[in-house]
Design a protein around this ligand. Structure first.
Ligand code: GTP
Ligand code: MN
Ligand code: MN
Length: 604
């Protein structure tokens, strides 16, 4: 084959034998024109962003330094859950919530897809590390990709480059993460701005700790350190090694008495993690600092407490709805530049805009599909899943603990979804197992941003439905066991929140965003044993007086409506929860049925 002649293959800047052998094997299979080892330098960034501008993929912004607008192919705009597979050896290990195929069968299909798939392109080798390289066991990965967009985005989202490769030494373990756009170029063939394939596979081999991705260039399908490694593969590692890999934000909260608490929160996609992680409190004396906005890895420390790190290096946030009114710290983060904005609109003066950034839309824009747009246009200017990709160290409220490999001790975990009815603004679990039940039955309404009917309640356990790399029932069991590993007084307390409850007219009962600091305050007061609560069938709920609503334009009846636990609404949940649990057969931990029985009897 052509391997001997492939430039870049024989002068690799590493002596890591397993890595060298794998890169050679993949280069021989995919036949790129050259292999480039990504060093993570500024010079490399200049070269690759320049290449993307020349290709028409990127537009350099005039209004923000070192920042780029990018439009994807309109068919390649989001994670493809129906094309995502967990190829465990045993089908039962993938469970009823994942797609599964026998590993050997999947490999033979994908090997044929990969054969020659990088023809006419460059294979980039991206050494990366999720979490600090200084960690006791650094979590290395190497992504192979034929997409410059992926290289540039990975540089923002993860620690990458030569210093990571050096830290891998000759034989440190790493997760091999193979990616191709699936769009080879023949001699003389003109490239398109966003190459991709109609055939897509996002595949995980949990026993091998390996990722194979094909056909998509976007987000969680292609930046393999994020959902594929840090959630799907890491959740399997965490099961085997006794820790937790979760779809959670991490924030640092300082009270007016200068007491510090660390809070984690799991909400499904587009349900408010990035917003809560960067919150600006509206109540005097309280301070929030950001540690992570999407992923938390949690391990027990020597003191028996659960410590969390954010394995990521950047923010990949939902753009629409982000503005100075709702998330000013996200706006300040992107103002520093060094960012990529995908599938948002472009202003006439070389800036980006999206719905919700400002109250009034500019008079003229170029929409995400490259068409003229005015406020009279029928469609939004930006795709609902358009994203900003920006370095986390530009966040003005980043907590210094962000870089600590030891992580931060978590005092409270919030679960939350998007529910018009039923779920109160906040409730506290009676104990750990009740909290696990809250996580296992977490539900959220589908939004217009997702395919299918709008407003349909679906279970999204622990906000991890698309990200659990093994059987979800085993995952619930892992959470139950986690609670047994520690002294109950040292475990985080568990809460369930709902910022999205509506009144009869369809308006939000709770103002949300910065006002969510009032809920965080109640959480802290519960930890400190000072806040009052009523015991309801679904847990401890604030009394109307114990929630600080001072200065808010909210009648006591509205506060009560946000906090209400209505037995008739909860009775309607029971058959849905029962049906959900029955999916898992014998694998469901019996504690989950016990908790359901407790709920039923309390509602009776
Ligand atoms: P992923 O990054 O996809 O995992 O989502 P996320 O959980 O980070 O969601 P994000 O914070 O980006 O919020 C998504 C949407 O929810 C945006 O449209 C926000 O404006 C909206 N949102 C966030 N917090 C609140 C809130 O407290 N109240 C209301 N009403 N809407 C909110
Ligand atoms: Mn997410
Ligand atoms: Mn987010």
């Amino acid at each position: 084959m052509t391997s001997v002649a492939t430039p870049g293959l024989d002068n690799a800047p590493t002596t890591h034998a397993r890595l060298l052998a794998w890169v050679r094997e993949m280069a021989e299979l995919t036949t790129p024109d050259q292999v480039v080892w990504v060093d993570g330098s500024d010079e490399e960034w200049e070269r690759l962003t320049g290449k993307l501008v020349d290709a028409g993929t990127f537009t350099r912004l005039q209004a923000k330094p070192n920042s780029f607008h990018c439009a994807s192919d309109p068919s390649d705009v989001a994670r493809v859950e129906d094309r995502t597979y967990i190829c465990s050896v045993d089908e039962a290990d993938a469970g009823p919530t994942n797609n599964w195929m026998e590993p050997a069968e999947m490999k033979s299909i994908m090997t044929e897809l990969y054969r020659g798939c990088m023809r006419g392109r460059t294979m980039y080798v991206i050494p990366f590390c999720m979490g600090p390289v200084e960690a006791e066991n650094p979590m290395f990965g190497v992504e192979l990709t034929d997409s410059e967009y992926v290289v540039v985005s990975m540089r923002v989202m993860a620690r990458i480059g030569q210093y990571v490769l050096d830290a891998m030494g000759e034989d440190r373990p790493f997760v091999p993460a193979m990616h191709s756009l699936g769009a080879p170029l023949d001699e003389g063939q003109q490239d398109v701005p966003w190459p991709c394939s109609d055939t897509k596979y996002i595949v995980h081999f949990p026993e091998e700790r390996a990722i194979w991705s094909y056909g998509s260039g976007y987000g969680g399908n292609a930046l393999l350190g994020k959902k594929c490694y840090s959630l799907r593969i890491a959740s399997v590692m965490a099961r085997d090694e006794g820790w937790l890999a979760e779809h959670m934000l991490i924030l640092k909260l300082t009270s007016p008495q200068q007491k510090v608490y660390y809070v984690a929160g799991a909400f499904p996609s587009a349900c408010g993690k990035t917003n809560l992680a960067m919150l600006e409190p509206t109540i005097p004396g309280w301070k929030v600092e950001t540690i992570g906005d999407d992923i938390a890895w949690m391990r027990f420390g020597e003191d028996g407490r659960l410590y969390a790190i954010n394995p990521e290096f950047g923010l990949f946030g939902v753009a629409p709805g982000t503005g100075y009114d709702t998330n000013p710290n996200a706006m300040r983060t992107i103002e520093h530049g060094n960012s990529v904005f995908t599938n948002v609109a472009l202003t006439d003066d070389g800036d980006v805009w999206w719905e919700g950034m400002t109250d009034d839309a500019p008079a003229h824009l170029t929409d995400w599909k490259g068409r003229d747009w005015t406020p009279e246009s029928d469609e939004p200017s930006s795709h609902p899943n358009s994203r900003f990709c920006t370095p986390i160290n530009q966040c003005p409220i980043l907590a210094p603990e962000y870089t600590d490999p030891k992580g931060v001790p978590i005092s409270a975990i919030l679960f939350g979804g998007r529910r018009k009815t039923t779920i109160p603004l906040v409730s506290e679990a009676r104990d750990w197992n009740h909290g696990v039940f809250m996580g296992a039955t977490l539900s959220s309404e589908t939004t217009a941003a997702a395919t299918g009917a709008v407003g349909v309640v679906r279970r999204d356990p622990f906000a991890m439905l698309p990200f659990i790399g093994y059987n979800a029932a085993d995952y619930f069991g892992h959470w139950v066991n986690t609670g047994k590993q520690a002294d109950a007084t040292k475990l985080p307390r568990i809460f369930y929140v709902n910022w999205f409850r509506r009144d009869e007219d369809g308006g939000f009962l709770w103002p949300g965003f910065g006002e969510n600091s009032r809920v965080l305050k109640w959480v802290v007061e519960r930890l400190e044993g000072t806040a009052a609560a009523v015991e309801t069938p679904v847990g401890h709920v604030p009394t109307v007086d114990s929630l600080d609503v001072s200065g808010l334009d909210m009648a006591p009846e509205q506060v009560a409506a946000a906090l209400a636990v209505k037995p008739e609404e909860w009775r309607e949940e029971i058959p849905q929860i029962t049906e959900w649990f029955e999916k898992f057969g014998d694998k469901l931990p019996s504690t989950m049925w016990d908790e359901l029985e407790i709920l039923k009897s309390r509602l009776a």
